[in-house]
Write a protein that binds this ligand. Structure first.
Ligand code: ADP
Ligand code: MG
Length: 255
């Protein structure tokens, strides 16, 4: 295991909703280039944690730093611009083609912005075609190459989930947050997505935080695991370590 400084450092994060502590002093670190799984029973606080990491929810206390820069109180678009991209547990994409959706992802990076594009300034046009080229590469990388010009509404469920993944990648993130990337997929789609995630880590050197209920997938893909239960981090370790941890077994089996 590496001693490199963490790319993401989550320290003592607490989130409260009326009468409920959704995260209670949660800390963990993500090693650069690793897959870090965040697991736990329903309601444990996994999605809330992602909301904090992506700037959608301000914690009552605690900090999140990315390569030493504090993200904790930044707006979501600033967090994304610094290199943290996410997918959502539930698919939202139903409009436009795959290319349209990926270009929306790219626009967050577009220096010239929409105005210059609308005015058809030559620099903006060149930039636009570079973005389109990169969007096409990302589509290839995520197995959507053949569907680049297809309306998203005509794609299979598994492919629409891939569009979400591809759109997040269009931000060229350092850290990718995947919230249940294989939820609702059939066995073949799950296997394909697992393969894609493995390739992303290898080819792009991405650091990935993975929330997933499919334990087979977690065991296969994760380097490190943090287990949440009722908002508390009850265990950290390798997949093999945490699955033998008595407190983890208790949380899952309810004994
Ligand atoms: P998980 O993703 O692990 O299933 P969540 O982070 O979605 O868990 O939820 C953690 C806890 O916080 C749950 O008890 C949930 O009901 C509660 N919760 C989540 N979001 C809100 C919210 N916006 N308002 C109030 N309670 C919430
Ligand atoms: Mg959730």
């Amino acid at each position: 295991r590496t001693t490199a400084p963490p790319v993401l450092d989550v320290r003592d994060v607490t989130v409260r909703f009326a009468g409920l502590t959704a995260l209670d002093g949660v800390s963990f670190t993500v090693t650069p280039g690793s897959v870090h799984a965040l697991i736990g029973p329903n309601g444990a606080g996994k999605s809330t944690c992602f909301n904090v990491l992506s700037g959608l929810r301000r914690p009552a206390s605690g900090t999140v730093t990315l390569g030493g820069a504090e993200l904790t109180r930044l707006a979501p678009h600033r967090v994304a611009a610094l290199g943290v991209a996410r997918t959502f547990q539930n698919i939202v994409t139903t409009h436009g083609t795959v290319a349209d959706n990926l270009m929306l992802g790219r626009h967050a990076l577009t220096r010239a912005g929409f105005t210059a594009t609308a005015l058809r300034l030559p620099g903006a046009r060149r930039e636009q075609s570079q973005h389109l080229e990169r969007a096409r590469e990302i589509a290839e990388l995520t197995g959507l190459g053949a569907h680049f010009d297809s309306p998203v509404g005509l794609l299979s469920y598994g492919d629409r989930k891939r569009v979400e993944l591809a759109r997040a990648l269009c931000l060229e993130p350092r850290v990718l947050l995947l919230d249940e990337p294989v939820a609702g997929m059939n066995a073949a789609e799950r296997a394909r997505t697992a393969e894609t995630v493995g390739e992303l880590r290898a080819e792009l050197g991405l650091s990935i935080v993975l929330v997933e209920h499919d334990m087979g997938l977690v065991m296969r893909l994760a380097d490190d695991v943090t287990v949440l239960d009722f908002g508390r981090a009850i265990a950290h370790g390798t997949p093999d370590e945490v699955r033998q941890d008595p407190e983890v077994l208790r949380a899952y089996l309810g004994t």
